[in-house]
Design a protein around this ligand. Structure first.
Ligand SMILES: *[C@@H]1O[C@H](CO)[C@@H](O)[C@H](O)[C@H]1NC(C)=O
Ligand SMILES: *[C@@H]1O[C@H](CO)[C@@H](O)[C@H](O)[C@H]1NC(C)=O
Ligand SMILES: *[C@@H]1O[C@H](CO)[C@@H](O)[C@H](O)[C@H]1NC(C)=O
Ligand SMILES: *[C@@H]1O[C@H](CO)[C@@H](O)[C@H](O)[C@H]1NC(C)=O
Length: 341
């Protein structure tokens, strides 16, 4: 009889052939380097969610004098706190570098780390004689081999597009002319990736910002759905897994169980709507003169539920979700009762 040892003295990282994902909670001990913000590189690769064509068909943005991309860092050009409203132990992807991640604690950035640090001094993960790229997968909140990672999209050269900032529920990235801008929904609104804008939570039902990757098994996280009384989520390894109560029962947050509907005070009303994402509507130029430099958001001239988005002199008109008004103070669409507050 021989020992079939699954643990290796030199490493606390479990590595078996079926499971090539390394839990962040295990890799954290390897990462004690000081926080280092690396210049954001904007890749020119294909964006997942190309929305619409540029303002005019022959405008490919090539004549545009854009600020050197290496000097533009989305995280330095915003007042938005990327970890705001995010539970402790939730890890966020880093826009512009799929190897990196952001660890949130106390609603602030605790650390910007890189999965590539795992490759160093660990030949079990990466054979030092071969090229090896590790990336951070925001959906599973783990580091793994780059080819398995679902990286965030990037901002394609000139198109208007937006994508969800995974695990925040409220934040998203808006792209135009290659420039990523961090955006944030207010008042409990959430980013809806089907309509590309802030929306009421009953139409989005995102809970990932509350799913810590470092939870303890004895403290399982249950989260009620915002869209359905009978639905709830169980967090495991940072990912919310959707559950459904038996017919006639509703999820009761006080017992973390399915209960008779009359015992649960759940009122969710999400009437059917028809909102086309920007990808399926023609892009409308802004009928204002945009400043030649920088990124700006302006209120619409005549509509409260629309606004202009200007990047380096080019502008488009964007609509709020019906029921929301643009608030110049936070430069985002929000519930009318909070506008200007
Ligand atoms: C962004 O800010 C960080 C920290 O303040 C700094 O290290 C980094 O160089 C900045 N990036 C750019 C592109 O200015
Ligand atoms: C991403 O970040 C890692 C670690 O900080 C760095 O080694 C790598 O060069 C970066 N990649 C790109 C494309 O900037
Ligand atoms: C979070 O903030 C609170 C109050 O500001 C502080 O008492 C607590 O120690 C902080 N937690 C961590 C883990 O830093
Ligand atoms: C929106 O996100 C959901 C869940 O992550 C995904 O299944 C869906 O494909 C996304 N929709 C679009 C239009 O990207």
């Amino acid at each position: 009889m021989s020992h079939s040892s699954s643990t290796h003295g030199s490493s606390k990282i479990q590595s078996n052939s079926c499971d090539t994902q390394f839990k962040l909670s295990r890799m954290k001990w390897l990462l004690n380097r000081p926080l280092l913000l690396i210049i954001l590189m904007v890749h020119q690769s294909q964006a997942d969610e190309d929305l619409v064509v540029a303002p005019s068909p022959d405008d490919d943005g090539e004549d545009l004098v854009v600020q050197d991309k290496n000097d533009y860092d989305m995280y330095n050009n915003t007042q938005i706190n990327v970890c705001g409203n995010v539970a402790d132990g939730v890890y966020l992807p880093y826009v512009g570098n799929c190897s990196k991640y952001i660890e949130c604690e106390n609603n602030t950035i605790k650390e910007v780390g890189s999965c590539m640090d795992l490759a160093k001094d660990n030949s079990q993960i990466c054979d030092p004689t071969k090229p090896c790229e590790l990336g951070y997968d925001p959906v599973l909140q783990v580091c793994t081999y780059m080819e398995k990672v679902q990286c965030l999209p990037t901002c394609e050269s000139y198109r208007l597009s937006s994508f969800c900032y995974d695990n925040t529920c409220t934040k998203y990235v808006l792209c135009y002319y290659g420039k990523p801008v961090l955006r944030q929904c207010h008042d409990g609104l959430q980013y809806n990736n089907e309509t590309d804008r802030c929306d009421f939570p009953e139409y989005v039902d995102c809970v990932a910002n509350d799913c810590s990757a470092t939870f303890q098994p004895e403290d399982i996280i249950y989260l009620g759905s915002k869209a359905s009384c009978s639905k709830y989520f169980v967090c495991s390894n940072g990912h919310p897994w959707e559950q459904e109560c038996a017919p006639g029962l509703a999820y009761n947050p006080s017992c973390k169980c399915c209960d008779f509907a009359e015992n649960v005070n759940c009122r969710i009303n999400s009437a059917a709507r028809n909102i086309l994402p920007y990808s399926r509507t023609p892009l409308r130029r802004a009928d204002i003169k945009c400043p030649l430099m920088g990124t700006h958001f302006f209120p619409h001239k005549s509509r409260r539920d629309a606004y202009y988005y200007c990047v380096e002199g080019r502008g488009v008109t964007l609509d709020c979700t019906p029921g929301l008004y643009f608030d110049p103070k936070v430069e985002e669409c929000r519930m009318p009762e909070f506008v200007g507050v």
